[in-house]
Design a protein around this ligand. Structure first.
Ligand code: UD1
Length: 416
């Protein structure tokens, strides 16, 4: 199993381009199930999770062909409506094929994803939305068995602004009879990207990116061509890499507005951050301050950058209080950061980080999930000596060529 080795202390400098957004690409791929024929996606990141999504589509009878960053998906009438446990357990986002299959073919059997390292992550809100649209949903033998005639437009009000729930309901509603309104909808940029693509396919969606989405159901959709938006979490991770090493890093081909919450926190901490239309530059400063951060749905500070920002705070001057409100168990990286010499006290959803500007030393650590692994790489970039991160496959699920990108900026990093 691959391990990553980072020798800390190199100042990162230069330009690096953001890849396509994993969390957008996955949903776009599943949305293609809504229309038979050839769909073309550009800027699709080469990631394990994208491979898992392609494997699921292929298991349903689609043909996927990759040419560099372009992915062609030939969607055919499914030979099965089942998303098997083996595929779903590898990637929870597989639950996002439920809406398209149910809306287009009136049935789907999708394995329940189960828990994951960062929490129990139920899908009750997804299921409630489909029930409101008239689907019969049964849970049997570890699977969601969903059946419907044509879905019916409904008023959906989410208790929590769930990203996946909003996407699933929005996809389901495109082919429903009548109008669906989704209130307390998630507002993440990936939802806007998905709505833009669905509208290219002939859907009638308005309000994506706000808390009320309106979908007027249509009879059928057609295949479309689309370019995946840049990955804001990767953008933010690279910005923090520049900052933590006292370097000067420009992330190009990104959307600065999508990392606004991070830019504000970095400036508050003392970093100089400037952006153009599609690039952001961070200048590392000596003696940045500990600042408090609370994760919450977009446009607030993203939970997917919490672990990386915490790594930055471990070497800040002063104390920082990190509050995680989205997931109940997203401090798995803390015990590993402690191994590197960080001073952090976690309690339930709050972690108090007492910064130690010269305090991190390299050590063997273990990645527990995707973003936690990124935080360990970032900590390794500043730790004295060598940090070896095992279970680095977590990183490969969601970061495209991360080590090459960091090497390009001057990091001393490699795989064993
Ligand atoms: C997506 C992202 C993930 C990100 C998260 C929050 C993808 C593939 N994943 O995950 O990287 O961290 O948004 O920004 O895009 N919940 C329920 N019931 C439900 C659905 C969700 O209780 O039916 C809870 C979850 O357990 C969690 C919270 O709501 O505590 C947020 O989940 P959600 O917004 O749905 O995240 P995902 O779509 O799973």
């Amino acid at each position: 199993m691959d391990k990553m080795t980072v020798r800390g202390g190199k100042r990162l400098k230069g330009e690096v381009a953001a890849s396509g957004a994993k969390n957008s690409a996955l949903k776009l791929l599943f949305a293609s199930l809504l229309a038979e024929g050839e769909h073309v996606f550009h800027n699709v990141p080469e990631l394990k999770d994208v491979e898992s999504a392609m494997a699921l589509l292929e298991s349903l009878g689609c043909a996927c062909r990759r040419e560099g960053k372009t992915l062609r998906i030939h969607v055919k009438a499914p030979k099965t409506y089942e998303a098997h446990y083996d595929l779903v357990r590898k990637m929870r986002a597989s639950i996002l094929c439920l809406g398209p299959l149910l809306a287009k073919y009136g049935q789907a059997q999708v394995s329940l994803p189960g828990g994951c390292a960062i929490g129990t992550r139920p899908i009750d809100l997804h299921l409630a939305a489909f029930r409101a649209m008239g689907a019969d949903i049964q849970l049997r033998e570890g699977y969601v068995h969903a059946e419907a005639g044509r879905l019916k437009g409904a008023s959906i009000l989410f208790e929590f602004a769930t990203v996946g729930g909003t996407e699933n309901a929005m996809m389901g509603a495109t082919l429903a009879e009548g109008v669906t309104t989704i209130e307390n909808a998630a507002k993440e940029p990936e939802i806007v990207d998905l709505a833009n693509y669905l509208n290219k396919m002939g859907a009638r969606i308005t309000g994506a990116g706000s808390s009320i989405i309106r979908v007027e159901g249509v009879e059928r959709l057609r295949p479309a061509e689309h370019t995946v938006i840049p990955d804001r979490i990767e953008t933010g991770t690279l910005m923090i890499a520049g900052a933590i090493t006292g370097g000067e890093v420009t992330v190009t081909r990104c959307v600065p507005l999508d990392v606004d919450a991070l830019i504000l926190k970095m400036r508050e901490s003392g970093f100089k951050v400037e952006h153009g239309k599609d690039s952001v530059t961070v200048w590392g400063e000596k003696g940045w301050k500990g600042v408090d951060v609370t994760t919450a749905p977009h446009p607030a500070f993203p939970t997917d950058l919490q672990a990386q920002f915490m790594a930055l705070m471990t070497v800040a001057e002063g104390t920082s209080v990190v509050t995680e409100t989205v997931f109940e168990n997203r401090f798995m990286h803390v015990t590993e950061l402690l191994r590197l010499g960080a001073d952090i006290t976690p309690k339930a959803r709050v972690a108090v980080v007492r910064g130690r500007p010269d305090g991190l030393q390299g050590a063997p650590v273990m990645a527990t999930d995707l973003r936690a692994s990124a935080s360990l790489v970032l900590a390794g970039l500043i730790a004295k000596g060598e940090t070896t991160i095992s279970r680095i496959y977590h990183l490969d699920r969601g970061y495209e060529r991360m080590e090459e990108k960091l090497k390009g900026l001057g990091a001393d990093i490699g795989r064993v």
